[in-house]
Design a protein around this ligand. Sequence first.
Ligand code: F6P
Length: 481
Amino acid sequence: MMKKRLFIISNRLPLTIETTDNNVTMRQSSGGLISAITTYLKGSGKEFFSEKIWAGVPGCTEKIWDIANNEHSPADYNYLPVFMKSKMYELYYNGFSNSLLWPLFHYFPSFAEYHSSYFDAYMEANRSFADILSKQVRNEDFVWIHDYHLLPLAGMLREKFPKLTIGFFLHIPFPSYEIFRVIPKQWQREILTGMLGADLIGFHTVDYSSHFLSCVEMALKTGHDGQHISWENRQIKVDAFPISIDFDLFNNAYDNTKVEAIRKTYLKLKKDKKLLFSVDRLDYTKGLYNRLKGFKKFLLANPEYHGKVVFALVVVPSRDSIRKYAERKKIIDEFIGNLNSTLGTINWQPIIYQYNHLDFEQLIALYTTCDVALITPLRDGMNLVSKEFVASRKDKQGVLILSEMAGAARELTEALLINPNDTDEIAEMIKQGFEMEKKEQEERITAMQERISRYDVNAWAGDFLSQLKEVKDVQLGFEIK
Ligand code: F6P
């Protein structure tokens, strides 16, 4: 047992605060990063550290925070709120993080916006995190920094705490040098040297790790041995840790009574129709448009399926104050309206579309009612929806169609893999998915379930933290206990 303090640092705190006239409520937020870390802190990480502190932006004023935090004290960890001026937050979050890093790291270079005001706010926001943390951390603590909003933070902390144990994990792809090099040189340097402030740098896949290593080599003229970089008298390790889900939670949810009741209603509505299902945040990286085009091609090529198939498409609102996201919504809405009105009839609506959040039980009911899950991102760091779908199929039925551009495609090799730019292939795979024999469905789902359950979210976090400890022990010349 480590019995040290663990600091988790992410842009958002894992909660949403809502204020009505005379009430302040706090509830846990969703999202890949948040569910992975909260699962670990409540699960196998519970006993591992003497104290757990989560630092991030709370999304409310200090006054509201004081009321909310007093009334709803957290159970498994403490919060360390980082407050920022709204103008700075806007330039750091909507600006540098989501209008430059996000599009660029997902291979949308033409969407990236370069403004020095974005970069200045990004550095300033990271400094705010560093200042607040500096008042709390001690050299013997463990600090685990998450995601693209906080790339320079490890370097800033390292200047003040030379012996601190710092891990960094990136939840999105790390691009090849040909993409990375389009960032102004000074910014490239700040990003890479900032990341090198960590002792262990983790990515979802070996491709992203090797891209990072070659960016360090090209931009900083610093070599590596394939996994280690020597930087400012420290050995830094770079490795792949494919993030996962709480397998048991999703697998056991199949028998949850609320899920069973909802599934019964869906099955009644579905009757003998085939059900295609997808759920994502509204994001141009998710390939929603191509997915819809693929579905349209499937319907046009297979008239025998008219009236016999329904596509349940759930889109979760996200980052809607950024123009590119709002534009996407319009394109999707129009395509669906058009398809339903031209191919549908009074008795049959080909696409049922929901633009809203889904609660957990409804999500599992849809995962376990559908015949085919269609996941087609143009680029995705990992894609946890694909793992959730597979894990929830306790009945060992259902077909996963998955984009080979998702990090998850490296592990879920028994899925029907597609190129998301090939809408003919999407159409063909939908047909193949609907017509797959039950035995083959079972074989494919079983193989994928075994893999996900072996390396679930607790294994992912445990693996990262134990490697972080090893790296630090070696650095400090200690015996590994
Ligand atoms: O994929 C990266 C990520 O940070 C996820 O961890 C998270 O679920 C998602 O983006 C949501 O982003 P935001 O905090 O901007 O809503």
